[in-house]
Design a binder for this molecule. Structure first.
Ligand code: GAR
Length: 216
């Protein structure tokens, strides 16, 4: 069976409506480790006027990754904090917190941040750290989520945006989107389909989290 020409539209739960307004705009800090397509999607949502926010700083941990180029093109400050130069996870997180605070960040978005975070970050930004993960959590946490989904033979895959907590890839779910898995899928083809949805739900999840925090 080949993939139908028109891929059935993904299911997003809860449905994403017009995003709430924020005045002043949300001050975001983004943590990313690689390509940064989610970072770009957040920036795009801001430019479109869909998400009222400002990316104050990008922090990345791998020298030479594409996300740094993307930030430079957008004129967003980008700081390399190479985890290899820190003895302990807590030391890296302390430097992350310092950098975020220096830039006036209120909300932290882990957009492909492939590091385990510690209470140093989670306590400094209590309930204000958002993560995107390429599976329908609680299924397939951790690394290689797409490969895990294919190996399990699931027929529906997807992505989850959630508030981060100490346990990796868990915490209160903000939004999820589901996509079909096709028999011919490779990790790359399935990841590409999932990422289209990540780019949809992540900006919406940021707005949702801020709205929910405002109502508490
Ligand atoms: C995304 O698919 C994200 O869900 C995943 O890394 C990718 C980063 O892509 N994150 C995790 O697996 C976290 N456990 P990007 O650099 O193109 O945004």
């Amino acid at each position: 069976m080949t993939e139908p020409a028109a891929t059935p539209s993904a299911i997003v739960s809860p449905p994403v409506a017009a995003l709430p307004k924020f005045d002043p705009p949300l001050a975001l800090g983004v943590l990313a480790s690689g390509s940064g397509s989610n970072f770009a999607a957040i920036a795009q949502a801001i430019t479109n006027g869909g998400l009222q926010a400002e990316i104050r700083v990008l922090i990345y941990n791998n020298p030479g990754v594409k996300v740094a180029e993307r930030a430079a093109e957008l004129g967003i400050p980008a700081i390399l904090l190479n985890h290899r130069h820190f003895r302990q996870r807590e030391d890296l997180d302390r430097e992350i917190v310092r950098t975020l605070q220096q830039h006036g960040v209120e909300w932290v978005v882990m957009a492909g941040w492939m590091r385990i975070v510690t209470p140093v970050l989670l306590d400094a930004y209590d309930q204000r750290v958002i993560n995107i993960h390429p599976s329908l959590l609680p299924s397939f946490p951790g690394i290689h989520a797409i490969e895990q989904a294919l190996a399990a033979g699931v027929k529906i895959a997807g992505c989850t945006a959630h508030i981060a907590c100490l346990k990796v890839d868990s915490g209160p779910i903000l939004l999820q989107a589901a996509v079909p898995v096709f028999p011919a899928d490779t990790p790359a083809s399935l990841h590409a389909r999932v990422q289209v949805q990540e780019h949809r739900i992540l900006p919406a999840a940021i707005a949702l989290a801020a709205q929910q925090a405002g109502q508490r």
